[in-house]
Design a protein around this ligand. Structure first.
Ligand SMILES: C[S@@+](CC[C@H](N)C(=O)[O-])C[C@H]1O[C@@H](n2cnc3c(N)ncnc32)[C@H](O)[C@@H]1O
Length: 306
């Protein structure tokens, strides 16, 4: 009933001034994520002490298993560089960094980045770098990273964004930073034909933040393709310890075109033909030279005799 009331009130506000409402929510979201405000913020950012040891470890383990399944199916080599967009308290970072040579954590708040680095350093020796995201220009956080990542993670983030444009920006960032053959593992919260499962912005952003933006399974598939990523695989988690209706997509970009290996049989045939032609030409040239020598010698002899 509370959610229904919130939805009706938010719809009325949005109808009264759609653009103003959207801008207000976007401003609130940027402020909300930029700095800690207490224990609810730490839980929403998935800090270890915010959601508890077990749930925190489960987030990273579950996501690594999903990634491994996708990687096996796609025949992906083990990743060199992994980037996580919206890394929060490092639950995924600690599960992925041990399998990589370099981990790049991007987030809106410095406190999240610091916590993520602390957790990775307590787990493994993989070098970890940070990038601060400014929601007014998220692309700035990727300067110098074009084509350098093998895996791009965006987990428990899309649902918190303030609409399809913000999601487009994230998918285009994934497209930019991924190396040829790289994979983005992106999670969304999906809605069904039941209207109550649709995401919406609350009257204030933090009143419904975890269900602000949802998509149908097909809508997100098409949106990813529109942003230059190739949707390859999908898995659904209708319910987990934290929430419900999650879909995970493996989105790839084409591997660099490699020159095809030579066809050995064709090469043999061509070299045999070439050798035959070459030998015939050499023999011909030698025959012509011998005949020329003979004739000039004969002519020489005639001149002497005369
Ligand atoms: C629920 S936490 C998820 C943390 C981590 N990805 C995980 O799975 O445990 C959400 C994180 O996304 C970040 N975030 C929120 N909106 C974002 C956006 N539009 N782009 C990137 N990060 C965002 C927040 O700062 C927060 O750290």
């Amino acid at each position: 009933m509370a959610v229904r009331g919130e939805r009706i009130l938010a719809a009325a506000l949005a109808a009264a001034g759609r653009r103003r409402f959207r801008n207000r929510i976007a401003g609130q979201a940027a402020r909300y994520w930029s700095a800690p405000t207490g224990s609810a913020w730490e839980a929403n950012s998935h800090w270890r002490n915010g959601i508890g040891d077990q749930a925190w470890l489960e987030v990273g383990d579950d996501h690594w298993k999903i990634y491994e399944t996708f990687a096996r199916a796609l025949n992906s080599p083990s990743p060199n560089t992994v980037m996580e967009w919206g890394a929060g308290g490092g639950a995924n970072a600690v599960a992925f960094a041990p399998h990589a040579q370099r981990f790049i954590a991007a987030d809106i708040s410095q406190e999240n980045l610091d916590e993520c680095v602390r957790q990775v350093r307590a787990t493994c020796t993989t070098p970890v770098e940070t990038r601060r995201i400014d929601l007014a220009c998220p692309e700035q956080a990727t300067v110098g990273l074009a084509g350098s990542c093998d895996v791009f993670l965006c987990l428990y983030v899309i649902e918190l964004t303030t609409g399809a444009n913000a999601v487009r920006a994230i998918l285009k960032i994934a497209r930019t930073v991924l190396a040829p053959g790289g994979t983005a593992l992106v999670q969304i919260k999906y809605h069904t034909s039941d209207r109550r499962t649709r995401g919406f912005a609350g009257t204030a952003y933090d009143r419904n933040l975890a269900s602000t933006t949802t998509f149908t399974i097909e809508e997100f598939w098409n949106l990813a393709a529109e942003c230059g990523l190739t949707p390859r695989l999908i898995t659904l988690v209708p319910e987990n310890r934290l929430d419900s209706r999650y879909a995970y997509y493996a989105l790839t970009i084409p591997a660099a075109v490699q020159p095809a290996p030579p066809d050995e049989r064709l090469l043999d045939v061509k070299y045999t033909e070439f050798a035959a032609t070459f030998n015939a030409d050499v023999a011909d040239a030698e025959r012509r030279a011998a005949r020329g020598n003979y004739i000039s010698r004969r002519e020489g002899e005639t001149t002497v005799d005369d």
